[in-house]
Design a protein around this ligand. Sequence first.
Ligand code: NAP
Length: 208
Amino acid sequence: MFITSKLRNGAHQRDAALRAFGETMDKLGIDQIDLFLIHWPVPGQGKYVEAWKTLIELRQAGRTRSIGVSNFNRDHLERIIGETGVTPVVNQIELHPRFQQRGLREFHLEHDIRIESWSPLGSGRLLSDPVIAGIARKHGKSAAQTIIRWHLQQGLIVIPKSVHQDRIVANFDVFDFELDAQDLELIRGLDSPDGRTGPDPATAAFLF
Ligand SMILES: NC(=O)c1ccc[n+]([C@@H]2O[C@H](COP(=O)([O-])OP(=O)(O)OC[C@H]3O[C@@H](n4cnc5c(N)ncnc54)[C@H](OP(=O)(O)O)[C@@H]3O)[C@@H](O)[C@H]2O)c1
């Protein structure tokens, strides 16, 4: 088991963050968590650096083994690293063949920050894409397995969501084939600046 949780947007202030973290640990019934993330930067609120400093404190106190962020753009990452000298181990961002985030990925490589892809299957919408279907047929795999394999070959951490046991099992069965250069080129062509399915981190302001 590797347990991750996140700090909600309305709890970026130090006191609120410590309280929220304590509640999470009580609910989980554990003393130390593996990874704790800031869910969204909410730049309009202006408190994500304070939240990051609190996570650093929690790591120093041994309450969480690692700390990271989610939905942080380059400017948000530069700010927390610049103000604390501490780099997040991961950033969990929306990433899938239709929204490949190539520029942001470069920055992560330079700073040794691992990316976790959220909505890795495009919230399921990419499963009917004809390009993906063609590549899947060629390898005798499903569309979901093809997309999951693409994430792995890009060096991304990929956690697809399913409520069906058979799909969860099938989604792990991706280590017996490899996408070739032609497949990767075709998937590269699916990238779109409008491909985002979720909120934009630069403007997302919800506090739950
Ligand atoms: N950090 C953030 O701000 C953030 C935001 C959004 C999401 N996330 C996280 O990212 C994870 C995944 O995101 P997501 O749920 O939006 O999208 P996703 O993993 O891209 O897609 C999930 C959808 O694909 C379907 N699916 C999964 N495996 C399948 C398979 N083998 N065959 C057919 N359909 C399949 C699921 O249906 P069934 O369940 O019916 O199988 C579900 O409808 C979640 O755990 C979520 O918590 C994080």
